[in-house]
Design a protein around this ligand. Sequence first.
Ligand code: FEO
Length: 406
Amino acid sequence: MHPDIIADGVWRVHAKIGSRDLFEGIWPIPQGVLLNSYIVKGTDKIALIDLVKDWEGAEGEVTRQMAELGIKVSDIDYLILNHMEPDHTGSLADFRKKNPRMEILCTAKAVPLVQTFYGVYDNVRAVKTGDSIDLGGKTLQFVETPNIHWPETMMTFEPESGTLFSCDGFGAYGQYDHCFDDELTREERELLSTELERYYANIVSSFSLFVQRGIAKLAELPVKIVAPSHGVVWRREPQKVIDWYGLLASYMNGPAEPEITLVWSSMYGNTASLLSAVREGVASEGVKLYELQVPQTHESFVLEKAWRSSGLIIGMPTYEYKMFPPMYHVLDVLERSHVNNRKVMRFGSFGWSGGAQKQFDPFVESLKWDCVGNVEYQGAPSDVDRQKAREMAAELARQVKGWCAR
Ligand code: FEO
């Protein structure tokens, strides 16, 4: 891999991370992920924007690409830390050791994290919205964008080329051989379409209100290039990814897409036995249905589809007077991620006693879900249960269509 020229005096230096690890220790990345850092070189000074963690040799790869540009770590005058999560700062202590003189610029909220994560106390300057530095013919302006993704986060704007270094914002999972949006192959575009949304749902969705605020703030900047620290660089259609994030953020309050996600678990087949009736009901209204079985499917993928769907169907049996435990975990994840304001139904079997619905109801209230009803039965479903489920799923689909058409 080689450095990519983003604009005059601006390069991306990056690493490809494979699929062996979990992102944040939680989320599968079967298609890998990119860690992008950026060099901005003026006539007087050199800045490095965001670091990497030493993950699959990423630190060595980034410094090797810097060397291709004739830049050593000791040549860096400013290290800009847009965000303190260790995927963008993990190599900080090592960089500091190699270059004690470089000045670290970050928000005031990031300063204690620089100290406590990495023991770095000297040559750290807090910057705020409106502050800038002059590199000689190149300027870096700072914009605080709290909670995209942590409270200390900011973005950096280089006005000469109109490049916005957005760190996690406008990012995506996935490895891409091509740097820019206008270079992607059809396969890469297809990968991006799902891996951007799964990344958003997994990493950013809880902070959707802050995404909306951040986008409003960025509207004041003449952005021509969006350069995130995960995923591809947007130079042909920078507004496309900004609008895409705006749309994803709007899903928090609904409606999202006119689609339904069916998440289901079954112990001995009695809950699963109602699936065909549910499918028939949704299909009768022509609404797109995603189906995900848990625990067989990781919650990362459930969250991706649930985030974009205006309707949810939860199928789960009672297990020892409560919800089937893997589904409780999924609902906890949906609650943490603010999958609010959805049209919902639930079905499921119980043995000697019910109980799942009682534990399910507080989630409905907390997530402000509009529940069209539930179909709960002892043992196997009867023909009456099947008919009820078919009609309820059709009603849910009608409500989803009507809501999204408004
Ligand atoms: Fe890519 Fe919030 O770190």
